[in-house]
Design a protein around this ligand. Structure first.
Ligand code: FMN
Length: 208
């Protein structure tokens, strides 16, 4: 089993990464492979609503969105991490997730269907400045894609540097609890499939 962890920060080794690395460490200890996927710092266009993905079966822009979609189909679970930028998710991860989830929907690949997902957030301060809005924003992609959402006891770390995050013991514990809950769910799902528990009956989508 493997989990893809997305770093939506421009800092490859910053606060969000430090939180994701804590999740990955515990997932690995649970016998689950991990890969931290960096969105990076290159310009990332938003979705231009061209719908070309429905015919070419990938996003019209060749960048990390298509790289991620190639990996996503074989992943068993997902963690998306974002720094808080002006009280919402980073612009990069917003563009990234808009295009990832729209391309997946229009190509019909269903790379996310019934795969567990979780969001984590990194902010400068210990309060909730923007963390709840960011967390809500990221969770919408999961709940529109039939992804079971894995929770912890909170959803954030705080700091400006990785060293700050390493001192945020509550935040790091939140990441470890999340990892164990994700691992437990993945093992239950695997056991359910082995026991021939059928996947849910599916209905044609009704769009108004
Ligand atoms: C453009 C920008 C806007 C930010 N806005 C907020 C904010 O609204 N609230 C907050 O708590 N931190 C804010 N921050 C701070 C970062 O969210 C915080 O330092 C985060 O932990 C950095 O994570 P990273 O090292 O993974 O990028 C902002 C940072 C930047 C660069």
């Amino acid at each position: 089993m493997n989990v893809l962890l997305v770093n939506g920060s421009p800092h490859a080794n910053g606060c969000t990464y430090t939180a994701l690395a804590e999740v990955a460490k515990v997932l690995n200890a649970e016998g689950i492979d991990t890969q931290i996927f960096q969105i990076g710092t290159k310009p990332l266009a938003g979705c231009i609503a061209c719908r070309t993905c429905s015919t070419i079966r990938r996003c019209v822009f060749s960048d990390c969105v298509n790289d991620f979609l190639d990996l996503a189909k074989d992943a068993d679970g997902f963690i998306f991490g974002s720094p808080v930028h002006y009280a919402t998710a980073s612009g990069a991860i917003t563009s990234f997730m808009d295009r990832v989830f729209f391309a997946d929907l229009l190509t019909g690949k269903q790379s996310f269907y019934l795969k567990p997902a979780a969001a984590i957030v990194s902010a400068r301060r210990g309060g909730t400045t923007g963390t709840t809005a960011t967390f809500d924003q990221l969770n919408k992609y999961f709940t529109i894609s039939e992804m079971p959402v894995i929770s912890s006891r909170y959803w954030k770390v705080h700091g400006t540097t990785p060293e700050d995050v390493k001192k945020d013991l509550e935040g790091l514990q939140t990441m470890r609890v999340l990892a164990r809950n994700m691992a437990w769910f993945l093992k239950c799902k695997e056991a359910g499939i082995k026991a021939d528990v059928p996947f849910p009956e599916r209905e044609e989508t009704i769009l108004y």
